[in-house]
Design a protein around this ligand. Structure first.
Ligand SMILES: C[S@@+](CC[C@H](N)C(=O)[O-])C[C@H]1O[C@@H](n2cnc3c(N)ncnc32)[C@H](O)[C@@H]1O
Length: 339
């Protein structure tokens, strides 16, 4: 099912200005609106789980079926705004993970792996190589496939022990398990859905990864005071962008990440709704906003030209079946936060 159209007046909320939390309509209000537009039943508990996942994947990737050439284009503007959908609402994710938690307790099911197992494994091994490269002082001329000089397992573990990792919108936390298998050891996952965190904790304990920390936290209003060397996002910015106030929430996202990533640290973001070029453009826009010369209020530190810097992206993704259609693509891009 493609994205859901919201009542016309909601589009007026999408104004091109920096948002404050008070500007935003709460998810609860949106749920009420959704009820009155009779669309919530599409995701009601009577719907078959498998079908709902197909619908959800479809909505998350709305507008994502592009010609391969689009992925290397030098577009100056991102695509037209993605249509909002229930996947932008916390109420949707709370209901989804409550179901997945029940399925875990009753049948031992892991739940949805967003973009599939193969993408998750590519993200984890590519990220490991990137971090090893950076640990060795290599941030320029990174290889296309992200490979690094071959190292022994012990050397890799030694390099990776210095990397604190935060996975935002972690869902069932399986990406963190995959990163643990690659050798990362300081791992934290956050999600605004309590049921997701409950599921992720249960799965981690069952699978022997009880050292992974999981916390309930809304990345847009984070309560975390710690900074991390590596922040990962697989599908979370996509979901945030599907909120009816998605444009403003995306601006808040980059502001929030700039506080969560340690100096010199990196963000590895995986998206099915934005191409690599679109993510680079979004980051450029963030940099421009924060370099704004007329803002007297900004201190010198915030005018540092090295804010987010594009590092590399995964160039080896195969095409894969997505919601029953072949040709869907995913982008994984790494950005470095200023040193
Ligand atoms: C498409 S799912 C991806 C889940 C997981 N990263 C994965 O790859 O399986 C999007 C996730 O983002 C979470 N999420 C959305 N908005 C969030 C926010 N503002 N703060 C924290 N988590 C959020 C949702 O609860 C959901 O778990």
């Amino acid at each position: 099912m493609a994205g859901i159209r919201w009542p016309p007046e909601d589009s007026e909320l999408l104004q091109a200005r920096a948002p404050s939390t008070a500007d935003l309509i709460s998810d609860d209000d949106r749920s009420i609106a959704a009820d009155s537009w009779s669309i919530k039943s599409d995701y009601g508990s009577t719907l078959d789980d498998e079908q709902r996942h197909v619908d959800a994947s479809d909505a998350l990737s709305a507008g994502n079926f592009r010609a391969a050439s689009d992925y290397s284009s030098d577009k100056e503007e991102p695509d037209a705004e993605v249509e909002p959908s229930m996947l932008g609402l916390q109420s949707y994710w709370d209901a989804t993970y409550a179901d997945e938690l029940t399925n875990f307790h009753e049948h031992g099911h892991t739940g949805e792996i967003w973009f599939g197992t193969e993408v998750m494994e590519v993200v984890a091994s590519w990220t490991k190589n990137l971090c090893v490269n950076i640990s060795q002082g290599r941030t320029q001329n990174l290889t296309n496939d992200g490979s690094c000089k071959s190292e022994t397992g012990e050397e890799v573990v030694k390099y990776l022990s210095g990397w604190s990792v935060l996975d935002i919108g972690t869902g069932n936390g399986l990406l963190l398990q995959e990163l643990a298998k690659q050798g990362f050891s300081d791992l934290t996952g956050t999600d605004y859905s309590e049921a997701a965190i409950d599921l992720a904790r249960n799965l981690a304990i069952r699978d022997g990864f009880s050292n992974i920390n999981f916390l309930v936290d809304d990345v847009l209003e984070t309560k975390l005071e710690r900074q991390f060397q590596l922040v990962t996002d697989k599908g979370t910015l996509d979901a945030i962008g599907l909120h009816p106030d998605g444009s403003m929430k995306r601006i808040m996202y980059w502001e929030s990440l700039s506080k969560l990533i340690a100096p010199g640290g990196i963000l590895v973001i995986t998206s099915c709704n934005s191409t690599k070029d679109e993510l680079v453009l979004e980051v450029d826009n963030f940099n421009q906003r924060n370099l704004c010369p007329e803002s007297e209020a900004m201190d010198q530190e915030r005018r540092d030209p090295l804010l987010f810097r594009y590092l590399n992206h995964v160039q080896t993704y195969p095409t894969f079946m997505f919601a029953g259609v072949e040709g869907s693509r995913v982008a994984t891009v790494a950005f470095q936060w200023r040193s």
